[in-house]
Ligand binder design. Structure first.
Ligand code: IPE
Ligand code: IPE
Ligand code: MG
Length: 243
């Protein structure tokens, strides 16, 4: 939606992060993968606080993909256990800090307890207006586009009224700007079905740092990288930099 011209000297309005590398972080320490996820949850807390402190209005964290159901059952239940712990500890703090929680993905496919806790957390933070934290859970970019297309069909829109705006308004991110900056940790160079529609013009920052080691210093490095980018949106460099 929003197309800020030029990254130079600006903070992104929306940062999206593919938090990857928890398993390798644990493996490197001879720990079970779940220990990596626990350390990853600590990194989430730190990064949310830092983004709030910096005044980043929208932060989206990829926490569980629709493909992550392919993992061992024990790992999945550890991840969902950590989600409940995270919500229990963080929601009061989020409310205090003016952080609104939203979920991207198919909430109905989540276990009952987590669904309830997420609904409760969203209701409790609904009026918070300083920052939006989107947790992508049971999220897949293609499935999200299909859900939006189905919504358009169900509403009986005529072909001419199916516009980019109409589709975007039915995505899980409706009403929020597209990510200006997409970060992926752990050195993997792929999108893994994340925000496929919304990242059409995002600046990409890949870092080899594993997610549990990602903190304020790594975020600052990503922001510096972003600030040095020339965002052109199809224009020439001269046109874009002249804006
Ligand atoms: C990311 O870390 C967390 C989730 C996908 C839930 P991984 O668990 O994918 O860590 P690696 O890629 O195995 O190191
Ligand atoms: C992407 O990480 C999903 C999340 C970070 C939640 P994965 O580690 O699951 O991605 P792939 O499968 O290696 O691409
Ligand atoms: Mg991974």
């Amino acid at each position: 939606m929003t197309q800020a011209q030029g990254g130079a000297g600006r903070l992104p309005a929306h940062i999206a992060i593919i938090m990857d590398g928890n398993g390798r972080w644990a493996q490197a320490r001879g720990l079970p993968r779940t220990a990596g996820h626990r350390a990853g949850a600590d990194a989430v807390r730190a990064v949310v606080r830092e983004c709030r402190r910096l005044g980043i209005p929208h932060l989206t964290l990829y926490a569980f993909s629709s493909e992550n159901w392919n993992r061992p059952k024990t790992e999945i239940s550890a991840l969902f256990g950590l989600l409940l712990e995270f919500l229990g500890a963080e929601v009061p703090h989020m409310e205090e800090q003016g952080i609104r929680l939203r979920v991207l993905g198919d909430l109905d496919g989540l276990p009952l307890a987590q669904r309830g806790a997420l609904r409760h957390a969203m209701a409790r933070t609904a009026a918070c207006a300083d920052m939006t934290l989107n947790l992508a859970l049971n999220y897949g970019g293609r499935a999200e586009i299909v859900r939006a297309a189905r919504a358009l069909a169900a509403e009986g829109l005529s072909p001419e009224s199916i516009t980019e705006e109409a589709l975007a308004a039915r995505l899980d991110t409706a009403g929020q700007p597209d990510p200006d900056l997409l970060i992926r940790t752990s050195g993997e160079l792929r999108l893994s079905n994340f925000l496929l529609y919304q990242c059409a013009y995002s600046e990409l920052h890949f870092t080899p740092v594993l997610w549990p080691d990602f903190g304020p210093a790594e975020l600052a490095a990503a922001l510096e990288d972003y600030a040095g980018r020339s965002r052109r949106f199809g224009k020439t460099r001269e046109q874009a930099d002249g804006c």
